[in-house]
Design a protein around this ligand. Structure first.
Ligand code: DCP
Ligand code: CA
Length: 406
């Protein structure tokens, strides 16, 4: 049986949630991301704002210059998470083979569901109308025999779209599109492809695999298969989180080491708290830095022993930071810390040595107090200087990056 895979993606997600709450904003240029005079970037722009050239990732100052009449909204992650949960639970009513991707996207395996809805197309119509009726949100749906073609079809159909690619038409559907429309082709890959004279997906699809691999290594193989409309990835219902990270963009680029360290400590504590809340341990810590020229680096360190303590995450991050600061001379625009290679905790306290045991008990006590009285009820000495920089509420400091308050 040929597979029928749907890719479902909410249109202008953050903005649309705001428009449901404030209907007077419907049909207008709206931006979620922050105030136009503040640092930071557009997270979501309404289609009316996109007509002025606005897009996600654009600095807010540029956005307000291009479209001064737009309404700028700071955004509130809790609202979007709530809408996302409702969205996913509607989708789960339609198929148990559901793979959420981020907050507002999902793949759904609808193979064999014709008998229930009449056709897969009708199933998509039903999904769209339930989401519209219950959440007031518009969603676009792509249907195809594999994930990559379903995703491209969904993108192409936006906004409020529904596009089905018949089995057998995958290759010819993709062929005329610009290569950059293919998932996995970012700016850098696009540039290399251009230098090879490849601008359409068709031109990529007919390039000998050997040649593609010589430029992109083994990932070239995936590109080649995608370009040919071949993708056998399954729809995988969620397993466990693969990584946990927190990051923030500063109000002003900085080289101030003690401020950077304090922020790193705070972010490490947020990561550590989440790690313990999920009952996980990590064996890899990654530091992320963005310099004032937007150049972004990540540096990772693999630990000999898994950890879930703030101190180890911070110490490792700090070593990576110290090294990076000795190499990069530019001021820092963004700092982030993450943990990956996660495993279930399931560790017995008495298997640890005395100091590890003390650390673990301390963490538990801090987590309990924070759970009860708020994140900043307990602060480590190092993060204290942040109190003069960031406003705070019971969930912790309000940093510049909206989805950081998670
Ligand atoms: N987002 C973000 N920062 C980005 C990109 C996205 O914070 N650089 C957030 C805001 C978006 C949401 O994720 O609303 C979903 O991202 P999408 O790329 O799906 O963008 P939209 O849903 O806003 O628009 P559309 O899907 O209609 O293109
Ligand atoms: Ca979206």
């Amino acid at each position: 049986m040929t597979r029928r895979i749907m890719h479902i993606d909410l249109d202008a997600f953050f903005v649309s949630v705001e428009q449901v709450l404030k209907p007077e904003l419907k049909g207008k240029p709206v931006v979620v991301g922050g105030r136009p005079d503040r640092r930071g970037v557009v997270a979501s722009a309404s289609y009316e704002a996109r007509a002025f050239g606005l897009h996600a990732g654009m600095p807010l100052t540029t956005a307000s210059r291009l479209c001064p009449q737009a309404t700028f909204i700071e955004g509130n992650f809790a609202k979007y998470r709530n809408a996302s949960q409702k969205f996913m639970s509607i989708l789960a009513d339609f198929s148990p083979y559901l793979e959420p991707r981020g907050l507002d996207e999902a793949y759904l395996d609808a193979t064999g569901f014709e008998s229930i809805h009449g056709s897969i197309h009708q199933m998509a119509v039903n999904i769209k109308s339930r989401i519209k009726d219950e959440l007031g949100l518009c969603v676009s749906v792509g249907i195809a025999s594999c994930k990559v073609v379903a995703k491209v079809a969904c993108e192409l159909s936006k906004p409020d779209g529904l596009l089905e690619v018949a089995a057998g038409d995958e290759r010819s559907f993709l062929a005329p599109l610009p290569a950059a429309k293919l998932p996995g082709i970012g700016k850098k890959t696009e540039r290399i492809l251009k230098s090879l004279g490849i601008t359409t997906i068709d031109e990529l699809a007919v390039t000998p695999l050997r040649e593609i691999k010589s430029h992109f290594g083994t990932s070239g193989e995936v590109l080649y298969r995608f370009a040919n409309g071949v993708d056998d990835r399954k729809v995988e219902p969620p397993g466990v989180a693969k990584s946990i990270s927190r990051e923030t963009t500063f109000g002003k680029d900085t080289k101030d080491r003690s401020f950077l360290k304090a922020t790193l400590r705070y972010l490490s504590e947020r990561v550590g708290a989440m790690l313990r809340q999920q009952g996980k341990q990590s064996s890899c810590v990654t530091l992320k830095l963005r310099y004032s020229d937007f150049k972004t680096i990540t540096r990772s360190h693999t630990l000999l022993q898994t950890t879930d303590t703030d101190q180890t995450i911070f110490d490792t991050g700090l070593k990576l930071l110290t090294k990076a600061l000795s190499q990069g001379k530019q001021p820092i625009r963004l700092i982030g810390i993450g943990v990956s290679h996660l495993t279930e905790s399931g560790r017995q306290l008495d298997m640890l040595d005395a100091s590890a045991r003390r650390q673990e008990q301390l963490n538990k006590a801090i987590d309990r107090i924070r759970h009860k009285y708020g994140f900043t009820a307990i602060q480590t000495g190092r993060t204290l200087i942040l109190k003069d920089v960031f406003p705070k509420d019971k969930d912790g400091y309000t940093l510049q990056t909206p989805n950081l308050s998670r």
